[in-house]
Design a protein around this ligand. Sequence first.
Ligand code: NAD
Length: 489
Amino acid sequence: MPGTYTHKFDTPAYKGEATIHTGLFIGGKWVDPIEGGTIDYNWAASFIRLDFAINPPASILAYKTVWGLHYPGAGRGKLLNKLADLIEKNIDEFAALEALDVGKVFAKAKVIDIGGAITCLRYYAGWADKVQGKTIETTENKLAYTRHEPYGVVGQIVPWNFPMGMVSWKIGPALATGNTVVLKPSEITPLTALKLADLINEAGFPPGVVNIVNGYGHTVGQAISEHPQIHKVAFTGSTLTGRKILKASAETNLKVVTLELGGKSPLVVFDDADIDQAVKWASHGIFFNMGQACTAGSRIFLQEGIYDAFLEKFTAIAHDLAAKTGDPFTPGTQHGPQVSQIQFDRIMSYIDSGKSDGAKVHAGGERHGSEGFFVKPTIFTDCHPDMKITKEEIFGPVAAVIKFKTEEEVIDLANNTEYGLACHVFSQNVNRAIRVAHALEAGSAWVNCAQFTDIAVPFGGYKQSGIGRELGEYALDTYTQVKAVHINI
Ligand code: NAD
């Protein structure tokens, strides 16, 4: 049976309690996954439960009767604002759950993850009554106009590295444009989404507008991807899973799929860069969130003139961060553990491969301490483009550094990847900075800065890093379909 779980936090950074409901949140109520339900239920059972979330009395009914085109945009905005206010009221509890679940530093989780989610929901609350079509004059005695209509029920599948951030990026534009939502958090980090469910009721969303179905990807995630009544899936996660979702859509009802996938983003520093700034941003670019960021600047290209100076300062920052590694709930901690043993083992095996392939360790290159899943901020030099650590997404605090001579050479090196999520350019020559930012194949280019997003600015990947854009006004297009209405006057 669905129940509750309370965690008591008695830490230097936060003292208090957080209570969440367990189970599936469907039609505004908590329901059991299956008899004696655990997360590990099978595909057939998850499909039945999912069907319950989609078919009456949950998301389709909500869409057809109270939400969708029935609920005024201003009202949808008001509910999103209310939800943002409620999260803000409970911000410490959310941050504590996020830190507990992911291993994020509590103080950072509060500002970046939970604060960012609040900002995102407010941003899309503002858009809810501004989704507009166009009037098009056509031939004589004819008029046409367009409507941007919601898809109906959309499926949303999110990863573990920014649980609340990704949930807000997904539900914000989907709800603002009038869709109902079936959301699957990562099985590794479900806590804040479960906490959010109670606030969705408290904010006053009609039952069934938001449904949260926990479970594994190969069961619940697959059931979402294959469901015939879901007409759009928005996914953030690995490229491997993105392919499976696209395939499931192709083999079922051709649902629209948007994908935010992995990356191996280049960070290029020219001789004429402000080195202190470049080092500061490059460190943030690769070590932020313990390297578990899709846009991590994990391939660092240094022009030969600044190579030594950059490396010296970069190594010093890595050592400093290693000294501030520890419990996410201890004030002063800057670097926490990786999310799980699987992730920890994966990163350590990449570090081993870097060493055996002949790359040189400048900092880190080993675990921090003897227990827990802490990895020291790691810098490899003498990296070759063919090494695994240079080619594959590690999703950990591991930088691969490569020396280059010319602009042409570095553009080729940087673009030599199947990914295209982000890129970074450091130069004080504005012409060069812009020229190279344009030449690099990526959906986001950061010039003299690294790895941050702004809710108002579109985000998404080139090549195998994704399809479609999130954030900003662009996301509204991915949650609406355009109807053209022709009128004979
Ligand atoms: P993942 O692909 O393993 O899982 C992501 C989500 O997909 C989880 O909820 C999982 O349960 C689900 N899933 C797994 N198999 C599925 C299937 N067969 N069908 C449907 N759903 C399935 O990724 P992860 O390990 O949780 O996250 C790390 C990856 O996410 C990295 O590759 C990272 O680059 C990427 N990521 C991308 C962005 C972006 O915006 N581009 C942001 C964050 C993370």
